[in-house]
Design a protein around this ligand. Structure first.
Ligand code: FES
Length: 113
């Protein structure tokens, strides 16, 4: 990184859209498997003790491109995310956020479950 590059955002959370829209002409993340994706990310964060909060969100404004995941605050989007992407997402989160050295860790927010 050269000195003109902005500092990368400090990632505190990973947001996973679990919104379901019920009209056939309105695609949504839940219709495309985001609930299983959220489960897999939560399990991976917990098992690897990654120091990041997992939040299930009702829409990230990318409904036609989901399942949508975003690193927050201010981090990148992952669009069209699948279960196959989870190991790479976990590796990236571990690199950005580190791991906890205790057994308690931050709570997982399970909104909508
Ligand atoms: S339904 Fe997932 S971003 Fe809107």
């Amino acid at each position: 990184m050269n000195q003109q590059d902005p500092a990368p955002p400090v990632i505190k959370s990973v947001l996973i859209c679990i919104n379901r829209r019920y009209h056939a002409d309105q695609p949504s993340c839940a219709q495309r498997g985001s609930l299983a994706l959220a489960d897999a990310l939560e399990d991976g964060v917990r098992e690897r003790k990654i120091d990041v909060e997992v939040e299930r969100i009702k829409c990230l404004g990318q409904c036609t491109k989901g399942p949508t995941v975003r690193f927050a605050p201010g981090g990148r989007f992952s669009l069209g995310t699948s279960i196959d992407d989870v190991p790479d997402l976990l590796d990236e989160l571990e690199s950005l956020c580190g791991v906890r050295d205790d057994d308690d860790g931050p709570p997982l927010h399970l909104l909508g479950s």
